[in-house]
Design a protein around this ligand. Structure first.
Ligand SMILES: NC(=O)c1ccc[n+]([C@@H]2O[C@H](COP(=O)([O-])OP(=O)(O)OC[C@H]3O[C@@H](n4cnc5c(N)ncnc54)[C@H](OP(=O)(O)O)[C@@H]3O)[C@@H](O)[C@H]2O)c1
Length: 214
């Protein structure tokens, strides 16, 4: 399948390598397909190409949203909601506000980045996933204590099955927590992950749900 990775940062690069490992084709969506960042992302992924957001979205069977929150609306406008209509969009964003130095959530309690992205892409199947762990552990997480748990949220059952299958192949155990409004829980969980990271200067932890129902 063709996967559009919107965003050329560490998250996009890490997931691109993971999807290449599953045999998919990767096209990065970026504001500057010929620029240094796009070239770095293509080189880091291994076998990929870079294109405008619109070209990447149009070509894709499904997409990964891996943009800084402050640039997410703009990136999706460039991608074009129509080019993502009917497609799975895996939303990895965390709505972080860095204006005060330390990151804090820019939205929460009554909405979430996941729900806002679903509103911006009304005809796409948005699934929140991968936002509660560092980029380097998104694929093949090797941690003491065994496979960590990834929680996902989204409105479309088929799209979530596809994401659960991807997570399984990437070495996660995973739990579907329901509709996209579940992102209201997952984005604060990322803040907990970040807070622990800053307090301990440690960035390789992940969550695991123990005693889950079999
Ligand atoms: N870093 C992590 O370990 C991690 C873990 C979990 C979740 N997340 C979340 O995943 C997302 C990606 O993380 P990252 O660390 O890879 O992000 P990043 O490097 O900060 O940014 C990713 C991409 O966002 C695009 N972008 C930035 N400002 C933009 C703007 N004004 N308009 C349009 N596009 C813009 C850029 O793409 P181009 O310059 O190529 O256009 C950039 O390469 C973020 O929302 C982050 O909170 C990160």
């Amino acid at each position: 399948m063709k996967v559009a990775i919107l965003g050329t940062g560490v998250v996009g690069q890490s997931l691109a390598r993971g999807f290449l490992g599953l045999g998919h084709e990767i096209v990065f969506g970026t504001r500057d397909p010929g620029g240094a960042k796009a070239k770095d992302a293509v080189a880091a992924a291994g076998k990929a190409r870079a294109a405008t957001h619109a070209d990447a979205a149009r070509a894709a069977d499904f997409a990964v949203l891996a943009t800084a929150w402050s640039g997410t609306e703009s990136a999706l406008q460039l991608a074009g909601a129509a080019n993502l209509a009917g497609k799975l969009v895996i939303d990895v964003t965390n709505p972080l506000d860095f204006s005060g130095g330390m990151p804090k959530l820019a939205v929460g309690h009554t909405t979430s980045a996941g729900e806002i992205v679903q509103r911006w892409l009304p005809d796409a199947q948005v699934v929140k996933a991968f936002n509660i762990v560092t980029a380097t552990h998104m694929v093949g997480p090797q941690l003491p204590g065994g496979p960590p748990t990834m929680f996902i949220a989204g409105n479309d059952a088929q799209a979530k099955r596809q994401v659960l299958d991807i997570l399984d192949r990437f070495g996660w155990e995973s739990i579907d927590i329901g509709g996209i409004e579940g992102a209201r829980l997952l984005e604060p969980l990322a803040m907990l992950w970040i807070t622990y990271g800053f307090q301990n200067n440690h960035w390789t932890h992940a969550f695991k749900l123990l005693g889950r129902k079999q």
